[in-house]
Design a protein around this ligand. Structure first.
Ligand code: AHM
Length: 334
């Protein structure tokens, strides 16, 4: 006889979490529901990307001078639309837009949160059917409630995040999010159109076998990073290895794998790009928050990512993130 196992949806979970805090207003649960809704719409488009004319370049550059793909624009519009018309967000910042967008209407001005997004990370992989993802980050406003959100609300260090998460559009679509209470993963059950709890209380293994870095840039990295990569290559059974190199070029997929299985991901600074490629606010802070909550570590090679005081919404930073013991080994490499 089939057992009717209880499934817990994302909405049920966030509402249940809220009940533990009598003072909670439900705004965070509402925000997560809105993000879940937008990501389901993106999931639908990503899954039919090969069938419709949504692949390929949109013919414009984003603010960092990179090619914008059509799905990037679609995803950006979905998240922006859902949050603008919801009741829980005072404004957003997106990797795809030059400036922050302050919603500035009566309801939004009363909202206590702002959101930052990379609507479609790894978008250069869209055309070749590789996993891509959405990354998000939620902050409590520091500006006065009842008035429009301000730039300061968005330029807070990552340690002020209230929640952060990502959606991976892979062999299945998954939404993983962290709060100070832990990290949980929900897989999209397409038969009912709901994210359902599949990975409760995610803990990043203390160590792992995977190291993820773009080897093509090896000679652009600092001596220290080159030495650490060499240590990874020289690992044997006797000293915790061998390690396996895995680099998809889609950070959501690379960090997701390392979060679940243990590993280290690096996007170091390079001789001609000392701050690397990844954006502090849209990519590094959210992942640093998630991985730290799961027991791992994240740095820029010098300091904890979450302690960096941002000065611009689109700033970049070198990024090292992963299992605690592997990060310790990187830090102790001279
Ligand atoms: P994108 O949003 O333009 O795709 O860039 C971000 C991606 C990350 O997901 C990934 O880790 C990195 O770029 C890969 O860059 P590279 O090809 O230089 O290794």
């Amino acid at each position: 006889m089939a057992i009717n196992r209880h499934i817990q949806t994302l909405d049920e979970f966030t509402i249940q979490q809220m009940r533990d805090f009598p003072q909670a207003t439900g705004e965070l649960a509402g925000l997560l529901r809105d993000i879940g809704l937008a990501s389901k719409r993106v999931h639908v488009e990503v899954n039919k990307a090969g069938l419709v004319d949504i692949l390929g370049d949109a013919g414009t550059m984003n603010v960092q001078g990179e090619e914008v793909k059509k799905l990037d624009i679609f995803a950006n519009n979905q998240f922006m639309g859902v949050l603008r018309h919801g009741i829980s967000c005072a404004g957003i910042g997106s990797e795809e837009m030059d400036d922050i967008v302050v919603f500035n209407d009566e309801i939004s001005n009363k909202s206590k949160y702002v959101c930052l997004f990379d609507p479609l990370d790894g978008s250069s992989n869209i055309d070749v059917n590789v996993s891509i993802g959405t990354i998000f980050s939620i902050y409590r406003r520091v500006s006065e409630l009842g008035k429009p959100a301000t730039q300061e609300d968005f330029l807070q260090p990552g340690n002020k995040q209230v929640a952060a998460g990502y959606v991976i559009y892979g062999s299945s679509t998954m939404l993983v999010y962290a709060t100070h209470r832990g990290v949980n993963g929900f897989t999209l059950d397409q038969s009912i159109g709901e994210f359902t709890m599949s990975h409760p209380n995610i803990v990043c293994p203390e160590s792992g076998k995977f190291y993820s870095v773009n080897h093509g840039n090896f000679f652009q990295y600092s001596d220290k990073v080159q030495r650490y990569i060499t240590i990874c290559q020289q690992k044997t059974k006797e000293n915790g290895g061998p390690y396996t190199q895995r680099y998809i070029g889609s950070m959501v997929a690379d960090v997701h794998r390392n979060l679940i299985k243990g590993g280290i991901f690096m996007y170091p600074g390079m001789k001609d790009k000392p701050n690397g490629k990844l954006r502090l606010l849209y990519e590094c802070n959210p992942f640093a928050f998630i991985v730290e909550r799961a027991g791992g570590k994240a740095t820029d090679g010098q300091q904890r990512i979450l302690d960096i005081q941002p000065t611009a919404v689109h700033q970049r930073t070198p990024f090292f993130i992963g299992s605690k013991l592997m990060m310790d080994e990187l830090e102790s490499t001279s």
